[in-house]
Design a protein around this ligand. Structure first.
Ligand code: FPP
Length: 227
């Protein structure tokens, strides 16, 4: 892989439902295929030299979906946290979750915390999963935290109070599944991210498709508002 490698890549994993519909499968089968792809893709992203990978798994707004779909997603999250924390630890990847833990059922929350604890010393990369996450909500929460601690609102304090505190800003933000919007993801952190939209549904977003996004990123001229 040549060219500039982004330090922080974020992915909106969209299109699982339409992937399943196209195959006359239930939506849960699309999420299962999405999880399989997520596991392969995150390995590939770190193998490319990316240090931070942040994936949008469930927005705060997604929690209004039918119970059947949410139950299927929560079961997948449980499976992932119980089975993949150890392999992540072995690979030196620290797992983090972003979002409001109160929106997640207790059993999922417990496994999330255990997986975070198990992988906390990972130094090769940080994999963050946004679950029950909303960018606006996170901004409001961070403001409340600073007010509560009586800390001055500086750019530094504010960034540290976000769920992504301690991570660099997002360099490359990818959205799969044809739609071209941010959907309340990393609103502050992606201020200068290069945006990349793929028409592929997430389960079809291959390692090679990611490499094309990296190649496009390397061609972009990032000026951060300067000349
Ligand atoms: C959006 O597609 C995708 C989701 C709401 C869920 C994404 C979840 C995964 C990829 C599995 C992740 C697993 C873990 C452990 C984090 P959609 O359902 O909105 O698709 P549609 O727009 O085609 O209906």
């Amino acid at each position: 892989m040549s060219g500039k490698i982004p330090r922080h890549v974020a992915v909106i994993m969209d299109g699982n439902g339409r992937w399943a519909k196209k195959r006359l499968l239930p939506r849960a089968a699309g999420h299962r295929a999405g999880l399989t792809r997520m596991i392969g893709l995150s390995d590939h992203i770190f193998a490319c030299g990316v240090e931070y990978c942040t994936l949008f798994a469930l927005s705060a707004e997604n929690l209004a979906r039918p119970k059947e779909e949410l139950d299927a997603l929560f079961a997948l999250f449980c499976e992932y946290f119980s089975e993949y924390a150890e392999p992540l630890k072995e690979k030196g990847i620290r797992l983090k979750t972003l979002g409001d833990p109160a929106l997640v059922p207790e059993n999922v929350r417990k496994l999330m915390r255990e997986a975070e604890e198990k992988t906390r010393l990972g130094e090769r990369g940080t994999l963050s999963l946004a679950i029950g996450y909303g960018g606006r909500q996170d901004i409001v929460r961070a403001c409340g935290l600073l007010a509560q601690k009586g800390e001055p609102v500086t750019a530094e304090n504010f960034a540290a109070a976000l769920s992504t505190g301690g991570m660099p800003a997002v360099d490359l933000l990818i959205r799969t599944g044809k739609e071209k919007r941010l959907s309340n993801f990393l609103l502050y952190e992606a201020a200068y991210a290069e945006l990349y939209f793929s028409d592929l549904y997430f389960p079809d977003f291959s390692d090679e498709a990611f490499d094309s996004a990296l190649a496009e990123f390397a061609r972009r001229d990032r000026r951060f508002g300067k000349l």
